[in-house]
Ligand binder design. Structure first.
Ligand code: PGA
Length: 344
């Protein structure tokens, strides 16, 4: 774009118009954008009319009752994010110069991370009361889309995405375990061959879930397929189904704190499990993190990680569930055998 065109755009476009446009595109609705920005509908329509005139191409199209962003609109949406990102970085840098930490922190995390992220956020928000946090919790596929669109400051994944060049920093263990109802016939068995559980019915997360992907891969490594009986869109629904005797499942050990404590569910001792994974803090390579995002990243590597570890207490619970089978069968004190059967 030449200098003249930039000058003409800058002369006619206002940040307010971009803000209105961005809100409409995000909500696919003029009404909701007007509500969010505390503007009247005619004001919102007038801003978009002027902006469309400046761009010289339609930004939205209406098909039936739905508003869709046009190709030019999508390009403008990307530009808006870059402009707002740069401005928010500037705001935070100057806040930092003044010795303050305030601004926005946009986080997008995979569903399963909700078992520890909010708890780790508590002390962070107390320390930096000037920071507004927006936390988006959704499955891996959706978080990946958000990352590609550069919608947030930081992301938490159970496995770094291969689809895009990223910085991925591991900060916490994330073991995926096989679970069963407490009275399941396999509950007290040790070293259960994976082929044996492949004869059971399984409850699995929806396609697009990172947990499901990792489980499918582990079964495939043994030349097996998950015997899917039912697909459920949340970890909570799966736990209820497993506790109710609908079948087995594989979930992150982070999700099980309450149910294990309450004795409703048992972690099975199965060959090839747990699937040893980590939680990663992720952002696109080359992205300039805001001061607040950098502060949060550092916090998660130290204090946040400790809080998450303690709240889930995964390490000691996992050790307990590995030894439980032996204790119950022999009545002797537990000793952990780290030797694993060779996969057949
Ligand atoms: P999910 O991701 O919540 O989408 O299953 C979790 C993970 O990747 O470990």
């Amino acid at each position: 774009m030449n200098k003249l065109a930039i000058t003409s755009l800058v002369r006619h476009m206002s940040l307010r118009q971009l803000q209105v446009f961005e809100a409409i595109a995000r909500h696919s609705s003029f009404t909701r954008a007007a509500e969010e920005l505390h503007l009247t509908q005619p004001t919102v329509s007038a801003q978009i009319k002027n902006l469309t005139g400046t761009v010289g191409l339609p930004l939205f199209e209406q098909i039936g009752k739905k508003i869709h962003v046009t190709e030019a609109g999508r390009a403008l949406q990307k530009t808006c994010r870059e402009v707002f990102d740069a401005l928010s970085r500037f705001e935070m840098e100057t806040a930092d110069m003044k010795g303050l930490k305030h601004g926005h922190l946009r986080l997008a995390v995979v569903t399963t991370a909700k078992y520890f992220v909010p708890r780790a956020l508590g002390p962070f928000c107390q320390r930096y009361p000037g920071v507004d946090v927006a936390l988006k919790v959704t499955n891996r596929e959706r978080v990946l889309e958000r990352l590609m669109e550069n919608e947030d400051d930081l992301y938490i994944f159970g496995q770094p995405p291969a689809e895009i060049d990223v910085e991925a920093i591991p900060f916490l263990r994330n073991p995926l375990v096989v679970i069963a109802a407490r009275d399941h016939p396999l509950a007290n068995k040790r070293r259960i061959p994976i082929e044996r559980i492949a004869q059971e019915a399984f409850l699995v997360r929806e396609p697009g879930s990172g947990t499901r992907l990792a489980t499918e891969r582990r079964f495939a490594e043994f030349g097996l397929k998950i015997p899917v009986k039912m697909e459920l869109g949340s970890n909570e629904a799966i736990k209820q189904g497993v506790a109710g005797g609908l079948g087995l499942s594989v979930l992150s050990h982070h999700t099980l704190f309450m149910e294990e404590q309450g004795g409703l569910l048992r972690v099975l001792n199965v060959e090839g499990f747990p699937i040893e994974r980590h939680w990663y803090m992720v952002y696109p390579k080359g992205k300039q993190l805001s001061v607040v995002a950098r502060t949060f990243l550092d916090y998660m590597m130290t204090e946040g990680k400790r809080i998450a570890e303690t709240s889930a207490n995964v390490k000691s619970r996992l050790r307990r569930s590995r030894t439980r089978g032996k204790t119950e069968r022999t009545g002797r004190s537990p000793t952990v055998s780290r030797k694993r059967r060779t996969a057949r």
